[in-house]
Structure formats: structure tokens, C-alpha cells
Design a binder for this molecule. Structure first.
Ligand SMILES: [Fe+2]
Ligand SMILES: [Fe+2]
Length: 218
């Protein structure tokens, strides 16, 4: 795979993160992380963003994936976050924000765009920046997620419009959560609504793409 980390200039060593992950998460999760790293870098290149920033965020997006619920709650408390009832009942939802804390404290990441992209990778955020969109999409659309017609279409759209791909990926995830009767965090809905509206405005302004018009499941 393409290695985007420049070992001499990067503030962190990629191998250092991988060594840490090897001690923290199973191999199947590391393989997912490596696919997210690669897809985030590829999407960044397509959309004229910094592939190295995207690769770093992708590599570190799931640092806290296997933290115990109490550990996630303790870190949230230390950080002074106001938790809502959904997070209190499902602390695993905090792993994205906590992964950003680990990236900052364990690996010295100071780049706010990278930290935001890590924190936003599960629920997104209304108005989140392009780097966050790229990592959010890479997490949901990496090849290991499957090869259904819906995923195939979302991957196509992610090459054309980040905004449209984010709201449609939100819809895809929300449909899955509803079918499984899993809790839905309000921020996931807010993210979906923001990007739906934003993508609609872009299309109204003529910034549309042909793929959008062929969407079969909206
Ligand atoms: Fe995650
Ligand atoms: Fe992930």
C-alpha cells in the first residue's frame, strides 16, 4: 500500500502507532484501520486535500475502539464533556472522541483538523470539514464493509461529492441501525440533515453530479 507518512518530517512515527495498536486491538481491527488509512488518503487525493493528514487520521481513528465502557466514561469526565443520555447508556459511542484524546496525549497530535476527523468518524458533525468527511466516509465505505449495490454506489458518489456521500452514507447507516433496533444518537441525525440540506443547495446552484440523479434508494 502507499505509505503517506514521511518518517523524517512527520510529528509521529507510523510504526509507533501500529506498535501501540498491536497491543490494544485484534488483528481484524488493525486490518480495518489500515484499509481506512488507505481509503482516506485516496479520497483526500481525489478531493485535493492533504493525503498525509487523511492517512494519519485514518490510522488513529479507532485508537480507543476496545477501551472498556468505564474507561471511556472516565476520560469523558476528565475532559469535562457533557454527556447525553444516549452516550451514558452506550459509552462505546464515545470511542471516536476518546480516540482523538489518545492521539493528542499518546502521540502528540496537535493538528486540529486531524483531531476533529478522528472525533467525527462515527457520528459526523453538522458542518464538519472536508478532512472529517473523508475519514467518516473511509470508515463506512472501506472495502471490508462489503460489496452490496448500495455500498458500490456510495463509493462512486464519494469520488464526486463529499457532501452528498456523507448524507447518503448517514441514511445507509441509519437504515441499518433502525433494522437492528439499535439506539441512534441525535448527532447522527443532525449530521444527516445538515449534509442533506447542504448537498441540495449545491445541486440547486448547479454544482450537481450525474451520479446523484441515478440514486435508487433515496
Ligand atoms: Fe470507530
Ligand atoms: Fe473504524
Amino acid at each position: 500500500m502507499t505509505v503517506y507518512f514521511r518518517e523524517q518530517s512527520s510529528p509521529i512515527a507510523r510504526q509507533q502507532v501500529l506498535s501501540w495498536l498491536t497491543r490494544q486491538v485484534p488483528d481484524s481491527r488493525i486490518q480495518h484501520i489500515l484499509r481506512v488509512e488507505q481509503l482516506a488518503a485516496d479520497l483526500a487525493q481525489i478531493h485535493h486535500l492533504d493525503p498525509e493528514q487523511a492517512a494519519q487520521a485514518g490510522l488513529m481513528h479507532d485508537l480507543a475502539k476496545y477501551f472498556k465502557p468505564q474507561q471511556l466514561l472516565d476520560i469523558a469526565h476528565q475532559e469535562g464533556w457533557a454527556l447525553d443520555p444516549v452516550e451514558l447508556a452506550n459509552p462505546h459511542l464515545l470511542h471516536a472522541n476518546v480516540s482523538a484524546v489518545v492521539a493528542r496525549d499518546e502521540f502528540g497530535i496537535e493538528d486540529q483538523d486531524i483531531l476533529d476527523a478522528i472525533a467525527d468518524h462515527t457520528l459526523g458533525r453538522p458542518g464538519m470539514g472536508s478532512l472529517s468527511c473523508v475519514v467518516f466516509l473511509a470508515d463506512s465505505l472501506e472495502p471490508g464493509r462489503g460489496d452490496s449495490p448500495e455500498l458500490h454506489l456510495l463509493r462512486q458518489i464519494s469520488h464526486h461529492s463529499l457532501e452528498q456521500a456523507v448524507w447518503m452514507t448517514c441514511d445507509y447507516t441509519l437504515q441499518h441501525l433502525l433494522a437492528k433496533r439499535r439506539p441512534i444518537h441525535p448527532r447522527a441525525v443532525q449530521t444527516r440533515n445538515w449534509f442533506l440540506q447542504h448537498a441540495s443547495q449545491q445541486r440547486a446552484n448547479g454544482v450537481s453530479d450525474q451520479v446523484a440523479d441515478a440514486v435508487p434508494f433515496t
